[in-house]
Design a protein around this ligand. Structure first.
Ligand code: DP6
Length: 352
């Protein structure tokens, strides 16, 4: 499996000469899918079953800085140690706190860096990552995390990779990260090739300055089952999953059209139905995956109530308990009044 990933990375970097700087850094926004990615057709290359479409969250996301560790790898004997046990040599900081090499956070980053280490001198890295969104609370920090990491690596190595390639590399870290290398509306094309060469994200050219996202952080508790295990379990055991790829295919077309025509009702309805359908596949998995908490249910009902009263607001939910609201600028004051504590994001106005 690792060989396949190494080969994939080599192909992407083919021809690109590394010309490393002292340090690389990059920012990548988090993103929220309006048509969800749920299910893999290939685990090693992280190829999705269905295409997905998201909106990036402006200046909410991850900033990452990366350099070779000072101690370096001078002697041959320590170089051998790197090859035998490369992951333990990275120093990984999250919001200024050094993470234990055994933590799943550091391990995921080190495993990802292993794919690039052979081209960059087989050294250990120092990685400093700052999130301005809660980690693992359903606000897709792995998406912005791997996108920022790949872009920081590119900056460090001086490869000068085009976005499409950055998106394909980020995909290996986390599928949703393939979309976080762009702002605005982004589509990740599932592709059909078994070698993963046509599975990449692309920015849609449409702007929608009045578009708003509201984040209701109901709990910042880490979810019990991560997206990766959750989607694998769903594909393997949920009888409802069979209908998902067809629905996602239909939804993404409707959402694309709605963005193009600025038809907010069509966009909101389709995005909400898409998210709740994904949750239906989760709930019908075995053992059941129930990410929604009582607070989430209360919010879902509250959205239905205010909508019945004439306020145009829709919701979407990822693999976690937190709810994201979708609305337009014209409804901002009313939505804020109906949902105290709402954090409002203007995805087209706060691009850093
Ligand atoms: C529900 O991208 O976290 O947020 O590729 O296994 O890392 P891996 O999964 P991940 O899954 C995201 C699932 C989702 C929907 C979405 O963002 O499209």
């Amino acid at each position: 499996m690792d060989d396949i990933q190494h080969q994939f990375v080599k192909n992407i970097l083919a021809g690109g000469q590394a010309n490393p700087k002292a340090a690389g850094s990059a920012f990548a926004p988090s993103n929220i899918a309006l048509c969800k990615y749920w299910g893999k057709r290939d685990a090693a290359l992280n190829l999705p079953i269905n295409s997905s479409l998201s909106i990036s969250l402006g200046d909410l996301g991850t900033r990452t800085e990366l350099r070779i560790r000072d101690e370096g790898i001078a002697s041959t004997s320590s170089r051998r140690a790197v090859e035998a046990m490369p992951s333990s040599l990275d120093l990984v900081y999250l919001n200024d706190a050094l993470q234990s090499p055994d933590s799943s956070f550091a391990q995921r980053i080190s495993a990802f860096l292993d794919l690039f280490r052979p081209m960059l001198g087989n050294a250990g890295f120092e990685v400093r990552t700052e999130n301005n969104i809660p980690t693992a609370a359903g606000l897709a920090s792995s998406a912005s995390g791997f996108a920022a990491l790949v872009m920081a690596l590119d900056d460090f190595a001086g490869w000068g990779l085009e976005r499409r390639k950055l998106s394909m590399l980020a995909r290996l870290g986390s599928g949703s990260a393939s979309r976080s290398v762009y702002d605005g509306f982004v589509q990740w094309h599932a592709g059909t090739h078994p070698d993963g060469s046509d599975s990449f994200a692309e920015k849609l050219s449409f702007q929608w300055p009045e578009f708003r996202i509201g984040i209701l952080e109901l709990t910042d508790a880490a979810k019990p089952v991560g997206s990766r295990d959750g989607m694998n379990r769903t594909v393997e055991t949920s009888p409802l999953y069979r209908s998902w790829p067809t629905q996602a295919g239909r939804d993404i077309e409707t959402i694309r059209r709605a963005i193009q025509e600025k038809d907010f009702s069509a966009l909101g309805q389709t995005a909400e139905q898409n998210a709740l359908s994904m949750h239906a596949t989760m709930m019908s998995a075995w053992p059941p995956l129930i990410y929604l908490q009582p607070e989430s249910m209360a919010m879902i009902h509250q959205v239905q109530r205010v909508r019945a009263d004439g306020l145009e607001v829709y919701l979407t939910i990822d693999a976690g308990p937190n709810i994201k609201l979708l609305f337009l600028e014209e409804s901002e004051a009313d939505v804020a009044g109906s949902f105290p504590g709402l954090k409002i994001i203007k995805p087209f106005e706060e691009v850093p």
